[in-house]
Design a protein. Sequence first.
Length: 565
Amino acid sequence: MSEDPLPVLTDNPYFNQVGLVLYDYFTFFKTSVNNEFRQYEIWQVMLITVALTLMSEAILNFLIQDESLLVRFKKALFKTVRVTPIIGAMIKEKVDKTKAEMANDGPWVLPEGHRYQTKLPERGLSDKEVMGVLDKYNSLNDVSWQKGRCSGTIYCAEEDKNELLSEVYKNYCWTNPLHVDCFKDVRKMEAEVVAMCGEMFHHPGTASGSVTSGGTESILMSMKTHRDWARETKGIDKPNIVCANTAHPAFDKAAAYFKIHIIHVPVDPVTFAVNPRDMANAINSNTICIVGSVPQYPHGIMDDIAALSDIAVRYEVGLHVDACLGGFLIPFMEDAGFPLPPFDFRLPGVTAISIDTHKYGYTYKGSSVVLYRSVEMFYHQITSTTEWPGGIYASPTLAGSRPGANIAVTWAAMMSFGRDGYVSATREVIRGARYLIAGLEKIEGVEVMGSPVISCVAWTSKIFNIYNMSSDLTKKGWNLAVLQFPAGIHIALTRRHMSPGVIDQLLSDIRESAAVQMLNPGAAASGAAAMYGMAAQIPDRSIVGDISKEFWRLYYSTKNNGESS
C-alpha cells in the first residue's frame, strides 16, 4: 500500500516546511492512537469516546462558571464543616442560642395586656368594637415616624394630600385592572402613569411598561424580561447579570426566582462607587444585562450611567437603571438647582428603568413603575397561557388580580403634585441632605461614606465602633438603618425630616454620641451593636442567612413569648 502523499501547503518554502513538521506530528499522533485502540472492539471504542466526552463536558462546566473556584470551594468547605460531628455541633449550639435570644426579644413578644387572636370570634364585632381593637393594636408602636424619626419608611408629602388620596382610594378599593372591560377608567390611569413616567425619563417614543406592586417587583419583571429577550435574540440559556455589590437585593431575588446567575462587582472602598471598567471586565458571553443605580441604597452614591450605557452598547447587553429610590427626585433635580449627569433613556444603552412612585412620588405603598425602551422588549414581560380551558390568560405582572386603588391613588398623586410640586419637594429634600452632610463633616470621629448627591446619606467612624453609636441613636428614639462591609449608619431623608428642627436634632444626637464614643473608642460592643458586629464577622454567610430566616418565622409566630406556634 502506498504511503499518503505529503501535502503541499503554499509556494512559500518556510510555511511549507512548518506545515510538513505539523503534518509529521499529526501522523505520529494518529498512528499512536490507532495502535493503542487496536486491542478494543468497536463498541468499546464508542463507549470510551462517549465517557471521555461526558467527562470533558463535566470538567469544562466545573471550571467555566461565573462563580470563581475560590468562592465555590469556600461554600463547599463551610457546608462540610457544618455537618462534621464536633464543629458542626458547636455551630448548631451557637445558632440555636441566637435564635432563642431572638425569640425572647422582638416585636413578636407582646407586652402585658396583649394577646394574639388566632381564631375567628364567635360573634362578629361591631364597627366600633373593631376600631377599638385597632386602637389597642396601634399602642404597640413605639417609633414616631410622624416626627421624622425613621430612615425612609414613610415618604409623606403635605398633610392636605391625605384627604384627596384617601377619598380616591375609597372610591377605587374594589377595582381590579385584570378585568379591564369592567374597569376601563383604571386602565386609562395606568397607561397615563406609565406615559408620564416615560416623559419624565425622556423616553424616545411611546413609553412601554406597567405599574407594579413595588420596586422589587419592577426589578423582578425587568430581569425576567431581559432573560427572555436574550434567550430569543441571542440564544442565551445560562443567563447572568452584572451589578455592583451595592445594588439592591431585589436583583439577587430575581436571580433566585428566574434561574439567573448574578455577578457582584466590588465598589471602591473609599468612594463606594463602582468602576465601569470592572463592570465591563465581568461581562461574558452569557451576560444579558448590567445594572446601574441612581442612587444605590447603602451610601446614596450614583453609578456612572453614561459609562455603563457605552459598555452596554459595546457588548450588546441590556442596561437596567434602578431608580426605585430616587425616581421621583432625579428627574426634577436640575430644575431644583442640583443638576446631575445623564441617567435615563437619553443614553442609548439604557433598556429599562425602575421607578418607585410610593417613595418620593408620595403615593400609598404598593406602587412602582417599570419602563422599557421598546415595545418589543416589553412583550417579554408578559406571560400568556393560550391552552387553558378557562380561556386565553395573559398578564403583564407577577400578580394576576391587582388593586386598582393603588393605580388610581398613584395617578391622583402625580396629577395633584404636577411638575412644579415635585420640583419644590425635591429642592427641599436635597437641601436637607446637603445640610446633613455638612453637619456630619464637622463632627469629630464621624466620616461621611463617599460623596452622596441625592437623598441618602451614610456615615461611619475609623476611630470607634459605629454600631455603638447606632445603639445610642436607637435609645434616643431614632430608627435608622445599619450597614455592613464596612460598618455604617444610613438614613434616607424624606419630607418628614424637613420639619423644623428634625435634622438639627439628629445632628445633635450624633454629636453627643460621638463625644461619648471618643472617650473610650475601644469599648466593646453590647446588645444590638454586638449582634451586628458578630454577624459581619461570620465567614459562613449561610449561617447569617439561617438566622435571618428565623426572624421571619418569628414574625408569623402567635405565641406571646415567641414560642413555636
